[in-house]
Every structure is written in C-alpha cells, then in structure tokens.
Design a protein. Structure first.
Length: 538
C-alpha cells in the first residue's frame, strides 16, 4: 500500500503550485463551520447554485468560499480538465489502455447533427439503429409481435450484467409512470439460480420475450442465464420458435445466430460505447419497449442538453465540473472516504446502485494514465438508498458519527401522483435533513447524547418533474462528473482491468469444483473452501 501522506509519492503533475495552494487553503477551510459561512454572506445560496438542462444544483452547504472555487478551478485547468474534455468529445482515443474512444455522447445527438470520426459519419449510423429499435419496440408494444402460439407478448426479460443490466433496470424503474401497462419488465443479471428461478417461475413461455444483452455474446454470467432461459423456453416451444422469443443486443452475429436468434433480430453497438455508458445505445432496447420511442428520444435529448452545458460552460458555472470539484475537495482534503446518494423519490431506488458502478468502476484506480502510482485517494465508496427510509437507518451515523460523509440529495418538486400531502412531507424531510446536517443543534444545556455538531456538507439536486428528459440529464451529469474526477486524478475512467482478475480466477475454481481437470494451486483457505463446496455439491 502507498502512504498517501508521503509528498515524494505525488505525481510530478500534482507537485503543482495550484495543488499546493489548495492544500494550504484546506487547512483554513477545515476550521470553518457551514452555518457561519451563511451568516457571513446573505447571497451565499444564490452564489453557489445554478440551473442547467432542467436540473437545479445547490452546492452552498459545502466548505467553499469564492477563493476556494477559484483555487479548485485553477487546479482543474492546470490538470488539463478542459483539454481532456474536448479530446473526449472530439472522439480522441481517451481510453488509452484499450486504444478506444469514448463516444457515448454521440449516441444522444439529435438526428440532424453530424459527427465525423475517423472517416465515418456516426450520427447517421446511430439513427439507423434507433429507427430499427423503434420499429421493433412499437411492434412489441402494440401486440403485433406474436409468440409461437399467436399470442402477444406480455413479459419482457432483459438478460445482461453490469451496464447491460443496471442502466435499463434503473431507468425502467425511474420512469415507471411512463411505462406501458400492457407489458411487465424483468431484469436477470446475477449468476445465481435463485434469481433465475424467481424470474422464470412466474412467466409463460408463450408470451415472454427475452432480450440478451452482451456486446461479445460471450460474457459468462449473461450467456449462462441466456442458455438457462433458452432451455426453459424449449420445454414448451420448438427450436424454430426461438426467433419469436429471443432477440440480441450484440456485435457477434455468428454467436447470436448459433444461439438461435435471427440476424435481423440483433441490434448492434460499437466498441466506443463502454458498458457503464451504454444505456443510450441499443442496450436501452428494453427501456424503449417500456416507455416508447418518443419518450426514449426525450431521454436522449435531456442527456444531450447536459452534454452541451458540459461542453460550453466555464468551469466556474459548469454543473458536472462543480459536482466533481466539491467531491474531490472532500475526498482529498477532508478525508471523506464515502459519498452518500440520497434520492427522495421512490422510483429512483436503483440510482445509488447505478452510480456505484459508474463511479467506482470508472475511477477505482491506483495508477495514472501513464502507469504511475496516483499518490492520492481516488474513488470514494458510493452508497445510499431512497429517503425517507435512510433516515430511520444510517442517518443517525451522519448526524452523530465520527466520519465526514458528503451527501448528494436528489428531489423532485412535482410528483407523478395525487398524494400531495405525502409529497410535501417527503420534501420537508429532504430539506430538513440537509439543514440539520449543516446546522446541528446548538441549544444550551443540551445533554451530550442529544448533541448533533452539524457542519456536515451536502449538495441538493432538484428537478421540477422526473421525466425521461430530466432523468437523461441527471445520468449525463454524473457521467461527466465521473470523467472530471478521473481527469483530476489522472486515471483512465474508461477501463476496468480489476474486474478481469476475478473472472480469470473464477474460471479456474469452476473447473476445480467440476473436477474436470487437475486442481489448480490456491492458498490453503481457498483450497479448503473449494473442497467443502465440492463435497456439498456431490
């Protein structure tokens, strides 16, 4: 392990005067109390907030002053954040370890846009795939797409893992009020037969459609679940009927057709679409079936609006950059090891899990883009759940515990239901928690066990309504925030080599459990675990 307090381990690029100035300033900032900052500046709430792409961002409840913001943005410029942003948006191969571009922003460009990349016109290609998706989605939604017995589809099962699961699952849940009521949607990702049986056990093969989402069509967990679904279907249906019940989101035509899926039922996407940035591509097919093409295009448009804000706004008024900089500030200089995501909207219940993959898989790195030790703390632990549930669980630790845990509160001003009094209570709780974390309670003669010191930071993200457009903007906001933080740490936010190690070892252990080959060499603990499991499975 690296000693992160050893100045000799800092990258040369972090031995910058801008970084040193931030370190000195942080020593002062750690002495501030947030409620005192509000007392000193009556305009603070206005000064430290902004609107963009249908979202309102209030970052006034943080240990920032105008000088802090100036120092943070100066450091960001010295680290080349704007240069890297422009390189990514131009299509340069910013994923240096895999020699790939990261062009998920092209997926949400309007139809009339043009984007030439290495001799190809990408927007036209993207729109062709979207049109094919739309045609398919409308046939399923209308009941025109029939199963083998002539009945319309009633259940849609998305089989994928990682970004091929979390993106569609989270977005379908978040956009529940926009989802057709004639279909039910299910998501199968875990390589656990309990999950498989829970999903398949309540479905009818005659009226079930499976969407198999795997770019290579070789992802072990996805293919295992897909073959189980195929075997389940073939107990009732015939091999010749597979094309009515299975479609693929992939680029491997040979493997898809060998599975039994017709080539015309395969929806492709390119290698410049990373898994955790893929909801905008054909990976979003289940979402388009759920909400319809018009709403799906609004979803893309909301993300594109945030892209344009990110592209054009100066860092001082750039929402993704400011979200990243304040989180960087607390991670590096206040010892904040985690970040709580607290959406006060039940339909966003999967959003913290979505951000766990986005941020921790992107920036959970210990080496720089050129292979050197980072020398700084990178991605914090992302966690959370919907309010008000969290208030009766872990919020106690936030108010009276010993750790600093920044909080991103997310709230929607107008609900998609008629229970207005409940919604007022929900918003009151959201705003009250942010206020209580900041101010604490300073009543005289308060017993120590009741004292809450306050001075805990938070952001507040508001939208008028949770719609396809505002959800798109919200996801894009956090995508760009993740990119900016990766640039600040100089890590490659678009690879995930740490994931591969566990996959390799799992393959070896699987052969050990099967007894299909000579046992591999493991440590004594792992060997004992394998032996115990093998004995239980005989």
């Amino acid at each position: 392990m690296h000693d992160l307090n050893d100045p000799s381990l800092l990258q040369p690029s972090l031995q910058l005067p801008e970084f040193a100035a931030l370190q000195r300033h942080a020593g002062e900032a750690r002495q501030w109390h947030l409620n005192e900052l509000f007392g000193q500046d009556p305009q603070r709430a206005t000064r430290f907030s902004l609107d963009a792409a249908g979202l309102f961002f209030d970052f006034s409840k943080t240990h920032l002053q105008p000088q802090t913001l100036s120092l943070l943005t100066a450091f960001a410029r010295a680290r080349g954040v704007e240069t890297l942003r422009d390189a990514m948006l131009r299509g340069e191969r910013v994923n240096v370890t895999e020699n790939r571009a990261a062009l998920h922003t092209v997926l949400r460009m309007p139809r009339e846009s043009r984007f030439a990349w290495e001799g190809e016109e990408l927007v036209a290609e993207v729109q062709q795939v979207l049109d094919r998706m739309q045609n398919f989605a409308e046939r399923v939604r209308s009941g025109e797409w029939k199963g083998y017995s002539g009945k319309s589809i009633k259940d849609v099962v998305n089989i994928g893992i990682g970004g091929s699961d979390l993106g569609p699952a989270m977005s379908c849940a978040a956009l529940r009020p926009f989802t057709t009521t004639s279909l039910s949607f299910h998501f199968l990702s875990n390589v656990d037969g309990h999950a498989t049986s829970a999903v398949l056990g309540r479905l009818n093969p005659e009226t079930t459609l499976f969407i198999i989402s795997s770019k290579s069509f070789s992802t072990h967990e996805t293919l295992l679940n897909a073959h189980d679904a195929r075997a389940w279907f073939l107990r009732k249906g015939a091999l010749a009927d597979l094309h009515r019940h299975f479609v693929a989101v992939s680029t491997n035509t040979e493997a898809v057709t060998a599975f039994g899926i017709a080539a015309e039922n395969m929806f492709p996407f390119r290698d410049w679409v990373g898994g955790r940035y893929s909801i905008w591509s054909s990976i979003g097919l289940s979402l388009m079936v759920a909400i319809g093409a018009e709403h799906f295009r609004a979803f893309l448009a909301g993300a594109h609006a945030m892209d344009e804000h990110f592209r054009q706004a100066p860092l001082e008024r750039n929402m993704p950059a400011l979200l990243a900089l304040t989180n960087f500030w607390y991670r590096q200089f206040f010892g904040a090891g985690s970040l709580l995501i607290a959406p006060y909207h039940q339909d966003l219940w999967l959003f913290p899990a979505y951000l766990q993959q986005l941020e921790m898989e992107s920036n959970g790195k210990g080496v720089t883009r050129d292979g050197q030790a980072v020398g700084l703390r990178t991605a914090p632990v992302i966690w959370g759940s919907v309010g008000t549930n969290g208030q009766h669980a872990y919020f106690q630790m936030l108010h009276q515990g010993t750790d600093i845990v920044p909080v991103d509160f997310i709230a929607v001003l107008k609900p998609a239901h008629d229970y207005i009094e409940q919604h007022k209570v929900l918003l009151a709780n959201c705003f009250a928690q942010a206020e209580a974390l900041m101010n604490g309670n300073a009543a005289p003669n308060l017993p120590p066990h009741r004292a809450c010191p306050g001075n805990h930071p938070s952001h507040m993200l508001l939208m008028e309504r949770l719609t396809p457009s505002t959800l798109g903007a919200l996801i894009a906001l956090y995508e760009h925030k993740t990119f900016v933080q990766g640039a600040l740490w100089n890590v490659n936010s678009f690879d995930q080599w740490g994931v591969e190690l566990g996959k390799t070892l799992a393959s070896q252990i699987l052969s050990d459990l099967d007894g299909s080959a000579a046992l591999h060499t493991h440590d004594s603990s792992t060997s004992a675990l394998i032996a115990r499991a093998a004995a239980a499975l005989k």
